[in-house]
Structures are given as structure tokens and as C-alpha cells.
Design a protein around this ligand. Structure first.
Ligand code: SF4
Length: 485
């Protein structure tokens, strides 16, 4: 069995993912999204940029012939090549397992090894801005394989990170973690122990096995589909024989809080969430919050619905979309303040300000905290006075916060997409999402094809419409509950 660095990375992200990579039929895996392909391309470009200032040699071997690649790499190390790009490290372990890794760069440094008075240290080039633990573990894995091959541990391993540059990995600190992970991973793979499905939306959304795992989770009515059932809470629920949505829907929340130690609010919300799923209808979670929430969603003469498109890796907000709903005139007008290039960010920020300041009394509805954070960031960046920004921010109403504080819905995650779709709203482009929008913008910048920009604007307008839809539903729901109380 070949245990690769890539498999170790998968295992750190999700134990099940590593198992499926080895044992499951690959046709059940979906192709990478455009956004993932963009990230891969960005990493290739980052590597290209890094290597333009370096000289190196690469081992020559037939594609995927790892034994030949490993021999060629060791031959280069024996010959004392100063830098080896994309070398192959291959080490045989017990149980007929081969460990394999492909560090981006091996650099010769003074020291003692089986090759002579030199040895090699590994460097991996990563798109990440920070030295994530999973990358530090991989760098430690490279160092471990090098230690096996050259008879001596390198003193360190390097990550070359975007913006930050070179980062030294503490091998002493990471080696015990690596040992533990390798031992667990071998156990899972050699004993063919398939880890249970556990859907965690932020982790699974970029995984190629999502549709396969999701199907299983739905068939089993798996508790991980319920918002609030986290990987740490799940085993506690299981230990109290609460293994299904129906079990959880029937339990007394006070009893649940006592036996699990979750706290009353968490317990009440979990039970309400299970009931919402079981009944496929919304459940009022916090009746007391109605009085404070309702005034925030009653119809105003003019309402604004606001959504930003941004490229986090460039720290760039390239589109401020605002839907103006004028109830007196019965009109809806969508405005897109769009930067054709990153340099126009300041210009579109002031366009946005001009627009929203034209409606000084209108509440500004948005979904999640990102819009407020971005407005604060842009105000600071472009020197907008507090006397303008603070009254503006006071008009912001976060619908995500209002929904999650008052009601539980039969949705698997409280995202704009899932809530609005549950309410029956449809996006014109069913493939569209925030990550796809980032991909479209990068394609626009690369190709100049205006179709990509138009697609982003349509998508953003639909996001604003979806926010409008949710706000109207919440207002109706709360008012009907008050009238029946
Ligand atoms: S979809 Fe989620 S649970 Fe399934 S393998 Fe991927 S990350 Fe793991």
C-alpha cells in the first residue's frame, strides 16, 4: 500500500476522506469545482513565481513510476545537487506499506548524512497566508522520510507562504503529532475501518465525495445533518442513545441539558431543530425575542438589500449590490457598484456610499456579518469619516442573526442559499455561489470576457432578492405567530 503525503493531508481534513480515496469507487467522486481548479492554478503560479529566482534540477523518471523517481532523487542527493525540485521520497515501512512524499524543493545544507558532509531540508510552497497545522505536519512527514533516506534528521523544514514568505516548521513539536496521525491512519487503512459519515458544511462543501456522503447521511437521517450537532456533541448524544432525528425530537430539553452538560439554550435549540426536521416546518425558538425582532422586519417605505462580492485572497471587495425596494412606488431597482479592475475598489466604494446615503431612513438588510465588517474596513482604508459611517452601520440589519435568534428551520445549515431555497426561491444560475463568483471574477481579469462580469452581477442581484425573500417571510412568520398567540 502506498501511503502518500496527499493521503495524510486528506486524513487530517476528514478521516473518512482518506479511507474513501483508497477503497471507494472513484467514479462516485465529483470533479473539482471551477473554484478548486482556480486554487490549484493559483498554487502553480505561486510555485512558478518562487522558482523563477531559483536554480534546481529535477529527477527524470517515467510518469508515476515512483520507484524510478525515488532512485533518481537519491542519485541527485548522492551527487550533492544544490537544489532538487519535486524529488520523490519513498520509504518502505512495516506491513508492506510504502511512505511517499513529493516535497516542492529539497535544498542541500551543511551537515552529516550518509551522502557526506551535507544533507537536505524540504520546502513546500503553499497558497495559505498562515502556517496551517496540516501543512506543518506534511513538512514534518517530508523531513521524516528524508531522515530515513539520508540517515540524519534535517534541523527544520520550510513552508513558503503567500505574503508571509519562508516559515520554519518546528520538527520537535510536530513529530509526535505526525507519529500519532500515521499510526491512526495505518490502523484505518490496514483494518479497512470505514469512518462514519459526518457532514460538516464548511469542511464538506469543497470535498469531491460530498454527494456520495450526503446520500448516505440522508438515507440514515444522520444527526450530523442537524445544525448544532457538532463532532464533539455527537458522541455525547450517542452515549445517551440519541442516534436519530426522531429520538432527539422527542427528548425533554431540560433532561437533555442535565445529562449532557450542553447548557439549556443549546439543548432547547437542538430539540427544536430536530422537531423542525421531523415536522418539516419552522419552530419558534425564542418567543421572547419576537417583540424585539418584529420591529426590525416590519415593512418600511423604502428598504435596501445589500450583498458584497469579494476576493478574500486579494482583500478586494469588487461588487456592492443594492436592491432598492420602494413600497410606496411599488418598484424594485437593483444597483451594482462594480469594479472592472482591483484598482477601482475605492471608486465603487464611493459609488456605494452615494447610493445608500440617498435613502437616509431606509434600513439596510444583509445576511451575516461580512457586509458590516467590509464596510468598516473600506471606510478605514479610504478615509471615510465616522460621522458618515457610524449612522450608516446603525441602519444595517443582519437577517442571519434575526433568523437564528428566533426560529429554527428544517435546513441543514443557516446559509442564505439553503434558507432561501427552502422558502422556494430559485437562483437563475443554479451553479452560482460565492466561490464560483471568485472564479468568474478571476476569469474576467484574465480574459476580459464581459460575460463573466454579467454573470456575477446576476448572481449578486439574486442574492439580494433572496435576502428580500427571507426578510418578508420572517416578518410574516413573526406577525402570524403574534396574532395567534
Ligand atoms: S464529504 Fe465530508 S464526510 Fe464525506 S469524505 Fe468529504 S469531508 Fe469527509
Amino acid at each position: 500500500m502506498l501511503l502518500t503525503a496527499q493521503l495524510l493531508l486528506s486524513y487530517q481534513r476528514c478521516h473518512r476522506q482518506a479511507f474513501l480515496e483508497v477503497y471507494e469507487d472513484k467514479t462516485k467522486k465529483t470533479a473539482p469545482s471551477d473554484f478548486l481548479n482556480k486554487l490549484r492554478q493559483d498554487r502553480i503560479e505561486q510555485q512558478h513565481h518562487f522558482f523563477t529566482s531559483q536554480t534546481w534540477v529535477t529527477p527524470e523518471y517515467p510518469k508515476y513510476d515512483w520507484h524510478a523517481g525515488a532512485q533518481a532523487t537519491v542519485a541527485l542527493m548522492q551527487a550533492g545537487a544544490p537544489q532538487i525540485r519535486r524529488g520523490v521520497l519513498l520509504v518502505e515501512q512495516d506491513y508492506s506499506v510504502l511512505y511517499q512524499s513529493l516535497p516542492d524543493l529539497l535544498t542541500k545544507v551543511p551537515g552529516t548524512s550518509v551522502f557526506g558532509d551535507w544533507l537536505y531540508v524540504p520546502t513546500d510552497i503553499r497558497l495559505s497566508k498562515r502556517p496551517k497545522l496540516e501543512y506543518q505536519i506534511l513538512a514534518t512527514f517530508h523531513a521524516y522520510l528524508l531522515a530515513c533516506l539520508q540517515g540524519s534528521w534535517p534541523e527544520t523544514a520550510y513552508l513558503y507562504l503567500r505574503e508571509r514568505g519562508s516559515y520554519e516548521v518546528n520538527l520537535t513539536l510536530n513529530q509526535p503529532k505526525l507519529d500519532q496521525l500515521l499510526s491512526e491512519l495505518l490502523d484505518v487503512l490496514l483494518n479497512q475501518q470505514e469512518p462514519e459519515v459526518f457532514i460538516v458544511s464548511h469542511r464538506c462543501s469543497l470535498c469531491g465525495w460530498l454527494s456520495h456522503c450526503y446520500q448516505i447521511a440522508q438515507q440514515d437521517q444522520h444527526l450530523s445533518l442537524l445544525p448544532g450537532v457538532t463532532p464533539s456533541r455527537y458522541p455525547i448524544l450517542q452515549s445517551h442513545n440519541l442516534a436519530s432525528v426522531e429520538d432527539l425530537a422527542l427528548v425533554d430539553p431540560v433532561h437533555l441539558a442535565q445529562v449532557t452538560g450542553f447548557g439549556k439554550e443549546v439543548a432547547v435549540k437542538l430539540v427544536c431543530q430536530a422537531q423542525a426536521f421531523a415536522q418539516q416546518s419552522p419552530v419558534l425558538f425564542a418567543p421572547k425575542a419576537i417583540e424585539t425582532t418584529t420591529p426590525l422586519v416590519v415593512a418600511a417605505p423604502i428598504e435596501l438589500y445589500f450583498d458584497i462580492e469579494a476576493e478574500p485572497s486579494l482583500n478586494l471587495a469588487y461588487l456592492h449590490g443594492v436592491l432598492v425596494v420602494d413600497r410606496d412606488d411599488q418598484t424594485q431597482t437593483f444597483h451594482s457598484c462594480l469594479a472592472d479592475c482591483p484598482e477601482q475598489e475605492e471608486q465603487v466604494w464611493f459609488q456605494f456610499l452615494d447610493l445608500v446615503l440617498r435613502y437616509p431612513q431606509a434600513p439596510i438588510y444583509h445576511f451575516c456579518a461580512y457586509e458590516v465588517q467590509t464596510v468598516e474596513r473600506l471606510a478605514k482604508l479610504y478615509g471615510t469619516p465616522d460621522s458618515i459611517v457610524q449612522p450608516l452601520i446603525e441602519r444595517f440589519v443582519d437577517l442571519h442573526a434575526l433568523v437564528t435568534q428566533t426560529v429554527v428551520l428544517p435546513v441543514e445549515s443557516y446559509t442564505l442559499k439553503l434558507i432561501a431555497r427552502w422558502l422556494g426561491f430559485q437562483w437563475r444560475n443554479s451553479e452560482a455561489n460565492g466561490a464560483q463568483s471568485i472564479y468568474w471574477y478571476s476569469e474576467w481579469l484574465a480574459t476580459g470576457n464581459r460575460h463573466f462580469l454579467d454573470t456575477i452581477v446576476h448572481y449578486n442581484e439574486d442574492d439580494c432578492q433572496a435576502t428580500h425573500h427571507i426578510k418578508n417571510w420572517l416578518a410574516d412568520f413573526l406577525q402570524s405567530d403574534q396574532s395567534t398567540a
